[in-house]
Design a protein around this ligand. Structure first.
Ligand code: 13P
Length: 353
């Protein structure tokens, strides 16, 4: 049984993308309009056709009864069946294979930008980023700029994230910031970044505590894992990553709201990104580790790659099936560069659909 909610969720994730009819005869753009329905625009004619949810509901009812893929079997309900059926098929595929993950590109600004610079930077990319569909976009400025950046982004499709937080809710922890404090200011929080682990002594155990505190406060953690150059060259990548992932997820009942970022330490800020095959292989390994713990839900978990990504290497990385986005450092401080990366991600992932 496919519900209208399933169909809406699929429509939302495909908003702005080009699909083909089931007979592969016609390409059309799909737009999702909350409270109304879908707008299908055949590429050949360019004439938009509205398909309201009440018709979609009728189509679904018949589809659930008959399982027919022939538009003619729905002609008495709607003339748009050839456009809505591919959407139903994608929901079926997702139910079967659960592989449709919305890519997520997050910019980790690290300890860069004053408040004024942060505002200029986000203003320089806001409209262009907002216009890109099919990719979740996140910017992670320093704590002190969260409010100002969040204000610029009100009403846009761009989310805000913090770069760290402490695991306690409140109390005598001078200089620290809690999940509760962040909850009203941002949606995401990067946790366990290798710079936090390396310079500030964060252990797997601390990272696990922070993840639990973030989830409890309604924040979505972007959890970083990654091996050192020495571990990589010593053939220890699998072992290290498995340990970090297991420890990070220890005691979590669900993967909901969680994103993992695979950031090999040797690739961060070095200009030496992992090859797309390396990144894809390690991310597949992470998914397998998570699959061992959570079963099929691992297929829905988004796993990013991070480390010297830029507008020149993003397309190849995003063409890989296991890589669901990027956590971008240096390149996220340049508006044109970051916008280009998000745009290329949308294109690469659309091609794979
Ligand atoms: P760079 O993209 O500058 O290598 O940084 C990656 C990173 O650490 C993102 O969190």
């Amino acid at each position: 049984m496919i519900s209208l909610d399933d169909l809406k969720a699929m429509g939302r994730s495909l908003d702005g993308q080009i699909l083909t009819t089931l007979d592969q005869d016609k390409e059309f753009k799909i737009e999702f309009v909350e409270e109304m329905g879908f707008i299908f625009t055949p590429v050949s004619s360019g004439k938009p056709r509205k398909h309201q949810f009440r018709y979609a509901q009728e189509v679904l009812k018949r589809y659930n009864e008959t399982k027919s893929w022939h538009p003619r079997d729905y002609r008495d309900i709607t003339r748009n069946a050839s456009y809505v059926l591919p959407l139903i098929q994608l929901v079926e595929e997702k139910k079967r294979t659960r592989i449709l993950r919305t890519p997520i590109i997050a910019g980790n600004w690290k300890m860069n930008t004053t408040v004024a610079e942060a505002v200029s930077l986000v203003m320089a990319m806001k409209d262009r980023l907002d216009a890109i569909k099919g990719v979740e976009k996140v910017v992670c400025p320093p704590f002190v700029s969260l409010v100002a950046v969040g204000e610029v982004l009100i009403g846009s499709s761009i989310a805000v994230g913090a770069q760290n937080m402490y695991s306690e809710e409140k109390g005598a922890y001078t200089g620290e910031v809690s999940a509760l404090m962040l909850a009203g200011l941002c949606q995401y929080v990067i946790l366990g970044h290798s710079e936090r682990r390396g310079y500030f002594g964060e252990t797997d155990e601390i990272v696990n505590k922070k993840i639990k505190a973030a989830l409890k406060a309604g924040l979505k953690p972007i959890v970083c894992v990654g091996e050192t150059l020495e571990e990589n060259e010593g053939g220890k990548t699998g072992e290290v990553i498995t340990r970090q992932v297991r420890a990070a997820l220890d005691g979590l009942v669900s993967l909901e709201n969680l994103v993992i970022a695979y950031e090999p330490i040797w690739a961060i800020g070095t200009g030496r990104a992992a090859t797309e095959e390396q990144a894809n292989t390690t991310i597949r390994l992470i998914r397998n580790v998570v699959g061992g713990l959570y079963g099929a839900a691992a297929q829905e978990l988004r796993i990013q790659y991070g480390g010297s990504t830029n507008s020149a290497n993003i397309a190849a990385l995003m063409a890989q099936p296991e890589i669901d986005g990027a956590l971008v450092g240096g390149a996220s401080l340049k508006a044109d560069e970051f916008v280009s990366m998000v745009k290329q991600t949308a294109q690469a992932k659309q091609r794979r659909r």
